[in-house]
Ligand binder design. Sequence first.
Ligand code: ADP
Ligand code: MG
Length: 252
Amino acid sequence: MSKVIAVAGKGGVGKTTLSALIVRYLTAKNLTPVLAVDADPNSNLGETLGNPVTKTVGDIRENFMKDPQGIPSGMDKVNYIEMMMNQVLIEEKNYDLLVMGRQEGTGCYCMVNNILHRFMEELSKDYKYLVVDNEAGMEHLSRRTSGKVDLLFLVTDYSLRGLRAVKRIHGLLGELKLTVGKMGIVVTRAPETLNQAFLAEVDEMAVPVWGTVPDDENLRTFDMERKSLMELNEASPSVKAIEKIMEKVLSL
Ligand SMILES: Nc1ncnc2c1ncn2[C@@H]1O[C@H](COP(=O)(O)OP(=O)(O)O)[C@@H](O)[C@H]1O
Ligand SMILES: [Mg+2]
C-alpha cells in the first residue's frame, strides 16, 4: 500500500517548499518510487522541483468536456482519458510528478471525474509514497474516492495568526470525509524552541509539533533563481530540519 503524505496550511507559509523537501528526502533515502502531486491550482510544486509544467489533469478534464465526441475513432472514453493522463504524468529520474491544475467549472463532470479518480487510485498503487501539496482548503483531498491520508503535515509560520489558520483546517477535517492516520504541526521560519504563547495555543489543539524549519537564506536564493530544491546543498538548514522531522515522523 502506498503511503499518502499531505501538506496543508494557509498560503505563503511554506507548504510547497516543505513538499519539495519531503520529495527530496524520500528520494535521497531511496524510499521510492515517489509521486509528487501538485494539488494547489495556484501553486508551483513542479517549478520548485525544477520542472515547470504546462499540462495538467484539469486541462484534460476541460478539453474532454469541451469536445466529448473528439475521441479518436476506435477508442472508448476510459482508454482515451487514461492515455491523456499518461501524457500529463511527468517521469523524472527519482520521482514522478502530477499537476492537478484548475478545478472543474460548472456542469456535469461526474463521468470524467469518476474516470480520473479511478485512474488516480490505480496510479497511486505504483508508488511507495505520494506527497500531496494542497491548497489551503484541502478540497482536493476530500474528493479523492478513498480519502485517506497517512501523514498530514499542518504547516504554519511562527505566528499566532498562522497557527489559527491551521486550527481552522484542523476543525474542518471532520467535515471532509477524510481518514487521517497521523497529523502534526510544522512551524516554518521558526527557532527550534517555540515560545510559551505559541505553545499554549498549540496545546489547545492537541496536535503534536513535529518540528520546526528555520529561516533558510538558501531557499530565498533558490526561489529567486528558479532553481530546483533537489539541488540544495545537503548542509542547508532547511534540508537538515526536514531530515530530522522525517526521521521522527516515519518512525511514529
Ligand atoms: N524556511 C524558509 N526560509 C526562508 N524562506 C522560505 C522558507 N519556507 C518558505 N520560504 C519562501 O517563502 C515563499 C513561500 O513559500 P511556499 O513554499 O511557496 O509557500 P506556500 O506553498 O505555503 O504558499 C517562497 O518564496 C519560499 O522560498
Ligand atoms: Mg504552494
